[in-house]
Design a protein around this ligand. Structure first.
Ligand SMILES: Cc1cc2nc3c(=O)[nH]c(=O)nc-3n(C[C@H](O)[C@H](O)[C@H](O)COP(=O)(O)OP(=O)(O)OC[C@H]3O[C@@H](n4cnc5c(N)ncnc54)[C@H](O)[C@@H]3O)c2cc1C
Length: 400
C-alpha cells in the first residue's frame, strides 16, 4: 500500500513482542516508551489514521494544579518531557507548539476563596512551590480583562497547552513502531490465565503481551478477554472561535471556580469548555453528536455559566455576533475515582493504559512510561498508585 509514512501498514505480523490496541495518543505514547525500553511494539488501529477519535477533540492543555500528589507528579513528569521533547526523542528541532501561559482559577465567592487557600497550601506541601495565591485586586492588576466580581485567584505560570497533533505524531515518529491501520481487534486469546494472541479483522497475531489503549472503547476491548473494566463514557464538548475580538493573546487558561467554565486563547480567538454536570453516561461512540445549547451556555451572558461572568469582554463577543464558531465532541473515559487505570490486569500479559477522563494528553507521557515500567518489571505493583486493582476512593467530579 502506497503511504506517505513508511510506519503505516495494513499487513499484520504473525507474531509480536508487544501488541498495543488503539492508535490514539495513549497507544502511540505507549509505543514510544515501549520502544525506548527495548521492546518491539506494534500498534493496531481500526480507523484509517491514528488519532481520529477522542485525541483530536482535546484542547491540549496541561496543568500541575491537581487535588492529589499522584496526578500532580504524573503530569509534572509529562510537562518536563514535553518541554524537552526534541532532545529526549532525538528529533532535532521538533516543535510541540508549547505555550506556558499558565492556568488561572478564579473565585467569586468567599467559600471558593477559602477552598483555594486550602488547596494551594496542600499543593505547596506536595512540592508545588510555584503556585501563586492572588487577591482580587492583584489578579485584576496582572490580568486586566477580569471582572470586578473576582475575589481571589490561584495561578501557576508553568501550566499551559500544546499542539495535540504535533505531540501525537511526535510519539508516532519517535517510536518507529509499525501502525497497522484499518484493523479492528475482535478477540483476545487467553490460555491458562495468560494472553497468547490477538484476533483482528485481518487475522491473528501470536503474542504474550498486550496493552489496552482503546480510549472510550477500552471496556469493550477488555470484555474480549473476559474482564470487566470500571470505565464509563460521558460526552464532553469544545467550542472553537478561530477569531474573536478582545481575546488577549497572552491570557492563561482562565477558569471560573464557581461553574467550571473555562477558555484559553487560540489563533485570533479561543477554545471554550465546560463540564456539563448532568451529562449522562452512554455507550462508547464513534461519532459523538454536538448540541447548540453547549455553545449558548458559554457565550450567552444570561447563562449561569457564561464565560462573561469572569471575563466581561465575552459579552461584546456575544453582542457583536460576528465570530464564526464550531463545536466538537468526544467522550471522557471515567473510572470511579477519575484517575487512569495503568498497569497489570487480572490476566497475565494483559496490561491497561486507559481511563484518563480529561487528562489523557497531559498524562500521556507519565502514564505510558509507568505502564511500560510495569510491563518490564522496572516498577512493582505496590509502587504504582494507578494500579487497576486499587481501592477506588469517592471523589467529586473534576471541572476540567
Ligand atoms: C472536549 C475534550 C477536551 C479535552 N481536553 C483535554 C485537554 O485539554 N488535556 C488533556 O490532557 N486531555 C483532554 N481531553 C482528554 C483526552 O482527549 C483523552 O484523555 C485522550 O485523547 C485519550 O486518548 P486515547 O488514546 O486513550 O483515546 P482515543 O483518542 O479515543 O484513541 C483510542 C483509539 O482506539 C481505537 N480503537 C478502539 N477500539 C479498537 C479496536 N477494537 N481495535 C483497534 N482499535 C480500536 C480507536 O479507533 C481510537 O483511535 C479532552 C477530551 C475531550 C472530549
Amino acid at each position: 500500500m502506497a503511504r506517505f509514512d513508511p510506519q503505516y501498514t495494513e499487513t499484520l505480523p504473525a507474531t509480536a513482542d508487544l501488541v498495543i490496541i488503539g492508535g490514539g495518543i495513549i497507544g502511540v505514547a505507549t509505543a514510544y516508551f515501549a520502544a525506548r525500553a527495548g521492546l518491539n511494539p506494534v500498534v493496531l488501529e481500526k480507523q484509517a489514521m491514528p488519532g481520529t477519535l477522542t485525541t483530536p477533540k482535546a484542547t491540549g492543555a496541561f496543568r500541575a494544579q491537581f487535588d492529589n500528589p499522584d496526578e500532580m507528579a504524573l503530569v509534572l513528569e509529562g510537562i518536563d518531557f514535553y518541554a524537552n521533547f526534541a532532545n529526549r526523542t532525538g528529533m532535532d528541532g521538533y516543535d510541540l507548539g508549547i505555550h506556558q501561559q499558565g492556568y488561572l482559577w478564579l473565585a467569586r465567592s468567599d467559600k471558593s476563596v477559602a477552598r483555594q487557600r486550602e488547596l494551594v497550601a496542600e499543593q505547596r506541601s506536595w512540592g508545588l512551590a510555584d503556585v501563586e495565591l492572588l487577591d482580587g485586586d492583584e489578579a485584576r492588576r496582572r490580568f486586566s480583562y477580569l471582572s470586578g466580581d473576582v475575589l481571589g485567584a490561584r495561578y501557576r505560570e508553568g501550566d499551559g497547552w500544546l499542539d495535540v497533533r504535533r505531540l501525537m505524531m511526535g510519539y508516532v515518529r519517535a517510536s518507529q513502531a509499525p501502525i497497522v491501520l484499518r484493523t479492528e481487534v475482535t478477540g483476545i486469546q487467553v490460555m491458562g490465565g495468560r494472553v497468547s494472541g490477538i484476533m483482528t479483522s485481518r487475522g491473528n497475531i501470536a503474542t504474550e503481551r498486550v496493552v489496552i489503549a482503546a480510549g472510550p472503547f477500552s471496556a469493550e476491548v477488555g470484555r474480549l478477554a473476559g474482564i470487566d473494566l470500571p470505565i464509563t463514557c460521558v460526552r464532553r464538548q469544545r467550542l472553537i472561535l478561530p477569531e474573536a475580538a478582545g481575546v488577549p493573546r497572552d491570557a492563561p487558561m482562565t477558569i471560573d471556580e464557581e461553574t467550571g467554565a473555562h477558555w484559553r486563547p487560540w489563533l485570533a480567538g479561543a477554545h471554550l469548555m465546560w463540564t456539563t454536570p448532568t451529562e449522562p453516561a452512554t455507550s462508547p461512540q464513534e461519532d459523538v453528536p454536538t448540541n447548540l445549547a453547549f455553545a449558548y451556555g458559554l457565550l450567552d451572558p444570561a447563562s449561569d455559566h457564561a464565560v462573561a461572568h469572569v471575563s466581561p469582554f465575552w459579552r461584546d463577543v456575544w453582542l457583536s455576533n460576528t465570530s464564526h464558531w464550531l463545536l466538537v465532541a468526544g467522550q471522557y473515559s471515567y473510572t470511579p475515582d477519575h484517575r487512569p487505570l495503568l498497569g497489570a490486569s487480572p490476566i497475565d500479559g494483559l496490561y491497561l493504559n486507559c481511563g484518563y477522563s480529561g487528562h489523557g494528553i497531559m498524562g500521556s507521557a507519565g502514564g505510558s512510561r509507568l505502564t511500560v515500567d510495569v510491563i518490564t518489571g522496572a516498577v512493582a505493583s505496590a509502587q504504582n498508585p494507578f494500579r487497576p486493582d486499587r481501592q477506588f476512593a469517592d471523589r467529586a467530579l473534576d471541572v476540567l
